[in-house]
Design a protein around this ligand. Structure first.
Ligand code: IMP
Length: 185
């Protein structure tokens, strides 16, 4: 099948390239003005993004995702992309590490809600999470966003190959679930 993936995030686009073998997709143009993500959950925001990008002939897939840290009451959560009004991933990572200073509970998870809406309005939703822990310092050059801080099985997701991350990641699991629902529909 061919889809429109409702994102301009280069990190996510790289992941979609390996997460959808056998399918084709287009992404939004880089000048695209995204809708306001004013939902209260990852699913709300994924649906907002999917609906905003609908209108063509292709089914739209949108996803909303983020890092939830137990000791920070679930923050950054749905505000992951704009946490602390920081400009860069590096600043956001530094902020999380500062907020985690002295915390012994390092448990955290990534969550992803993926929504597909077809041109005739049918909607499919798939959510997944990936459990891990916040490191004491950033490690690894791969991935994007909070990957250098998120450790699972002794390595951060920034220290994994894309295939290794896809196998365990929130996005990998949510997109595989979504594609299975579409195949069975
Ligand atoms: P969204 O584009 O509003 O869904 O924002 C998602 C944000 O959550 C990203 O910009 C990253 O900061 C963070 N995030 C989501 N998934 C990942 C991941 O797989 N690795 C690292 N950070 C992620």
């Amino acid at each position: 099948m061919k889809f429109l993936i409702a994102t301009t995030n280069p990190g996510k686009i790289r992941e979609f390239e390996t997460l959808m073998p056998g399918h084709e997709f287009e992404v939004l143009p880089s000048g695209y003005i995204p809708p306001e993500e004013d939902g209260k959950t990852f699913i709300d925001n994924a649906r907002i993004k999917a609906r905003a990008a609908l209108g063509g002939v292709l089914p739209v897939i949108a996803e909303d995702s983020g890092l939830c840290v137990e000791a920070l009451g679930g923050a950054p959560g749905i505000f992951s992309a704009r946490y602390g009004d920081c400009e860069t991933d590096g600043e956001r990572n530094a902020l999380v590490l500062r907020q985690m200073e002295g915390k012994t509970n390092r448990a955290a998870f990534f969550e992803c809600a993926a929504v597909c809406i077809t041109p005739n309005g049918q909607e499919f939703v798939s959510s997944a999470r990936c459990d891990g822990a916040i490191t004491h310092e950033p490690r690894g050059d791969g991935g994007f966003g909070y990957d250098p801080l998120f450790e699972r099985g002794g390595r951060t997701t920034a220290e994994m190959t894309q295939a290794e991350k896809n196998e365990i990641s929130h996005r990998g699991k949510a997109i595989r679930g979504l594609l299975k629902m579409l195949e069975e529909a």
